[in-house]
Design a protein around this ligand. Structure first.
Ligand SMILES: Nc1ncnc2c1ncn2[C@@H]1O[C@H](COP(=O)(O)OP(=O)(O)OP(=O)(O)O)[C@@H](O)[C@H]1O
Ligand SMILES: [Mg+2]
Length: 219
């Protein structure tokens, strides 16, 4: 479903352009999972932002089901951001003025794919059923993380983009949350591209690749 061809991205700096991605090629089949690894500063988050349509590459293409992400104008791009993807970042980015139930439903409502049964199921599986009327500041880090995961999956996005989604949890909790995430991703029918520093967690996904000096190593 996702094909990345010769993606280049640089950032302007005082010392001239910083070449972060120097020809990334990558393929992710529908329903499959890929762990994106690589040292700090290797461009993992940059790549995720490009795939999310939050930033633009200098050159190269991102194809979604064969269609270039930037080929159909801003409306199509906005639609991809709203309906095509789910995002989970290390900072959970929950909306502090909304309770857990409203946070969970937020993106699905925007995508016009709010399904109360699926949402109730997600809340139950994520251990959030008793916390639905709480506000983000009244939750632990792990609970906020699970809300972020539920919110991202509530719209059953084609692609879940996760940037160190368990980065601030301890080892046991990250294993547990990742197992749950992968299971729910499967039930949602989503593909997943996940950044992680942990070889242990990466091993749980179907495929792995490493960013190094702006290119992809591995399979
Ligand atoms: N908006 C920006 N302007 C200038 N430089 C940037 C910008 N965003 C990222 N960079 C630089 O691009 C490089 C890649 O950053 P990126 O955040 O993609 O790395 P990463 O692989 O996600 O690292 P980490 O594992 O630490 O999260 C870094 O050198 C970073 O400083
Ligand atoms: Mg990063």
């Amino acid at each position: 479903m996702l094909v990345i061809e010769q993606l280049h991205k640089s950032f302007p700096t005082a010392q001239g352009p910083l070449q972060v991605l120097r020809g990334i090629d990558l393929t992710l089949a529908r329903g499959s999972s890929l762990a994106l690894m690589g040292e700090s500063g290797s461009g993992k988050s940059t790549l995720l932002h490009l795939v999310a349509g939050l930033d633009r590459a200098d050159s190269g293409r991102i194809l979604i089901d064969g269609e270039p992400l930037h080929g159909h104008g801003e409306t199509a791009l906005a639609r991809w951001r709203r309906e095509g993807i789910g995002l989970v970042f290390q900072q959970y980015n929950l909306i502090s003025s909304l309770d857990v139930a409203a946070n969970l439903a937020f993106q699905a409502r925007l995508a016009k794919r709010h399904n109360p049964q699926w949402l109730a199921y997600l809340a139950e599986r994520l251990g959030l059923a008793a916390l639905l009327d709480r506000y983000p500041e009244q939750l632990s880090g792990g609970q906020q993380q699970r809300v972020a995961i539920g919110r991202a999956l509530a719209s059953r996005p084609a692609l879940l983009l996760a940037d160190e989604p368990t980065g601030s949890l301890d080892e046991a909790s990250s294993d547990e949350v990742l197992a749950l995430l992968l299971q729910l991703v499967g039930e949602a029918g989503s593909s997943v591209l996940m950044v992680t520093h942990s070889p242990r967690l990466a091993a749980r996904l179907q495929h792995r690749c490493v960013l190094h000096q702006g290119r992809v190593q591995g399979s």
